[in-house]
Design a protein around this ligand. Structure first.
Ligand code: SF4
Length: 443
C-alpha cells in the first residue's frame, strides 16, 4: 500500500540538508509520495527506510514473472471498474506421468492447437503443467520432455523433492512446485532460487499456507511465490480464492499477496470446465485443466478476455487500406470506417458475404466506433481525406467513389467540399446492410 507524504517524512533523516535539491525533507517526502522524484536523491536515507519504501511501493498482490514474457498477479484493485486489471490469468493443460505414451503424445500435440482468433487477436492456452506422481519413472519423464517444443512454457509439479531435483537437471522449467509441507521448504526454496523460477506453495488449510509463506519470506528471503489452491470442491475454491484476494487487497495482508494457481485433475470434462470457470471468474492467476477439448479452452479464453479486457482501452485494428473478399480492382468499391476492432470485424464479414471484392479504408480514431468517433471529432471529413492521401488511394482505386457509414451521412457535405471530383455515397447504417447495398451498387 502506497505511503502518504507524511508517513514517508517520518522515515527520512529530517535534517533539511537540501542535498536532494528540495528545501526540506517534508517537501522531498511529498514529491516522493507523488512519484515525482526517486528515493536515491537523498544520500542519507537508511537501508531500513529503503526497504520499507520499496515494499510499500509494491502492488498488494506481487507481480511474478513466468518465463520471459508472462506476468501474473500485480493487481491493485478487487474489481476492474475500480481502476483496471493488469495481468490476465494463464491457462494450462495438465500432463501426468501416469498417462500412457499415446495419451501423452496426443495431449501435447493437441495443446499446440489451442490457439484462437478473437476480433483479430490471437489468444491461446499458454502453459503445459507436468505433474509427477510416480516415484521413479525416468523413462516416462524423458518421453514427456521429448514431445515438448523448445519454446513452450512448462511448469513441473511434484511433492517428491528428490525426483524434482533430478528432473530439473534435464530441462529448464518456468515454475516449480508444489511445496505442501514445511519440512521440505528449504529444499524447494533452494531449487527455486538455484534455477531462478517461481515456486508454487500452499495447502488446503489457509492458515498453514500463510505460515509456509511467512517462513519462506522470513527464513529464506524468497518471494517469487504462487499460492496453490489445493481445495477440492466448488464452495471451498470460491471461499479460498475470495479470502486470499480480499485479505491481500483490502487488508494488505502481505503473506497472501501472491498470485494463485488452481490445478484441476478431474477426469470429468464438465467438472474441468466448471472448476476452471470458477478459477477464472474468481481471479486465479493460473488455471490448469485436465483436458484439451477445443470448446472448453475457447470458453475459458473468451471468459478471460471478458474479465481482463479493459473497456476504457478500446481494441483496435491497424489503420490502413485493406483488401476484403478477394483481390479488388481499381473499379471496386471503396468503403471507409473507424479502427475500433469490433467495427472492423462487423464490416469485414459483411463485405465478404456480398461476394464483391472491395477496399476498406480504416481511419485511426483511437479505437472509437463510428458515431462516438464522429462526436469526438476523431472521424471527420478531414481525417478521411488525410487517410486517403496517406494510403495513396488513387494509385489503387481509380473510380473516385467513397462509401461512408450511414451513421455519419452528415459528413458527406464536407467531404464533397474537400474531394470535389469524388462521388461520396452514404452506405447503410448497420454492417448487416452492406451485402445488399454493395450488390445493388455494383449491378
Ligand atoms: S537530502 Fe535527505 S535529509 Fe537532506 S533534505 Fe533531502 S530528504 Fe532531507
Amino acid at each position: 500500500m502506497a505511503l502518504t507524504g507524511l508517513e514517508i517524512y517520518k522515515l527520512l533523516p529530517k535534517t533539511n540538508c537540501k542535498k536532494c535539491g528540495f528545501p526540506t525533507c517534508l517537501a522531498f517526502a511529498m514529491a516522493l509520495a507523488a512519484k515525482k522524484v526517486s528515493l536515491d536523491k537523498c544520500p542519507d536515507v537508511s537501508e531500513e527506510t529503503k526497504q520499507i519504501l520499496a515494499e510499500a511501493a509494491e502492488p498488494p498482490i506481487r507481480t511474478v514473472l513466468i518465463g520471459e514474457k508472462y506476468k501474473i498477479g500485480g493487481e491493485i484493485v478487487l474489481f476492474r471498474h475500480e481502476k483496471t486489471f493488469y495481468n490476465p490469468c494463464l491457462l494450462g493443460v495438465l500432463i501426468k506421468d501416469t498417462f500412457d505414451e499415446t495419451t501423452i503424445e496426443e495431449r501435447i500435440n493437441e495443446f499446440y492447437t489451442l490457439e484462437f482468433d478473437r476480433v483479430g487477436q490471437k489468444h491461446k492456452t499458454e502453459l503445459l503443467a507436468i505433474k509427477l506422481e510416480q516415484q521413479n519413472n525416468a523413462e516416462k519423464i524423458k518421453y514427456i520432455l521429448s514431445k515438448i517444443k523448445e519454446d513452450t512454457l512448462v511448469g513441473i509439479f511434484s511433492n517428491n523433492i528428490s525426483l524434482l531435483e533430478e528432473v530439473l537437471k534435464i530441462k529448464k522449467f518456468h515454475l516449480i512446485g508444489i511445496c505442501e509441507d514445511i519440512k521440505d521448504l528449504e529444499k524447494y526454496v533452494s531449487l527455486a532460487k538455484h534455477y531462478s523460477v517461481p515456486l508454487v506453495v500452499g495447502s488446503e488449510d489457509l492458515d498453514k499456507t500463510i505460515s509456509i509463506i511467512e517462513n519462506i519470506v522470513k527464513q529464506h528471503n524468497f518471494r517469487e511465490l504462487i499460492i496453490n489452491v489445493a481445495v477440492k470442491n466448488y464452495s471451498q475454491v470460491t471461499e479460498y480464492l475470495t479470502q486470499i484476494r480480499r485479505l491481500a487487497l483490502k487488508k494488505n495482508l502481505r503473506s497472501l499477496g501472491y498470485p494463485t494457481i488452481i490445478i484441476i485433475e478431474s477426469d470429468d470434462e464438465i467438472e474441468n470446465l466448471s472448476f476452471a470457470t470458477l478459477g477464472v471468474l474468481k481471479y486465479a492467476s493460473i488455471v490448469i485443466v485436465n483436458t484439451t477439448r477445443q470448446d472448453i479452452h475457447l470458453s475459458l479464453v473468451t471468459m478471460r478476455l471478458n474479465i481482463y479486457t479493459d473497456p476504457q482501452k478500446p481494441t483496435t485494428v491497424e489503420p490502413k487500406l485493406y483488401q476484403i473478399g478477394g483481390t479488388p480492382s481499381e473499379k471496386s468499391p471503396l468503403l471507409v470506417t473507424t479502427n475500433f476492432s469490433l467495427t472492423y470485424y462487423s464490416v469485414e464479414p459483411e463485405i465478404i458475404n456480398s461476394k464483391i471484392p472491395s477496399w476498406l479504408l480504416i481511419v485511426d480514431t483511437d479505437g472509437l466506433s463510428v458515431l462516438t468517433a464522429w462526436a469526438a471529432e476523431k472521424f471527420t471529413a478531414e481525417k478521411v481525406v488525410e487517410a486517403i492521401n496517406k494510403e495513396n488511394i488513387l494509385e489503387k482505386v481509380k473510380n473516385k467513389r467513397l462509401i461512408i457509414p450511414g451513421y455519419v451521412a452528415v459528413m458527406s457535405g464536407k467531404l464533397n467540399e474537400l474531394l470535389p471530383d469524388w462521388e461520396i455515397i452514404v452506405g447503410p447504417r448497420e454492417a448487416s446492410g452492406i451485402p445488399k447495398f454493395l450488390k445493388t451498387l455494383c449491378q
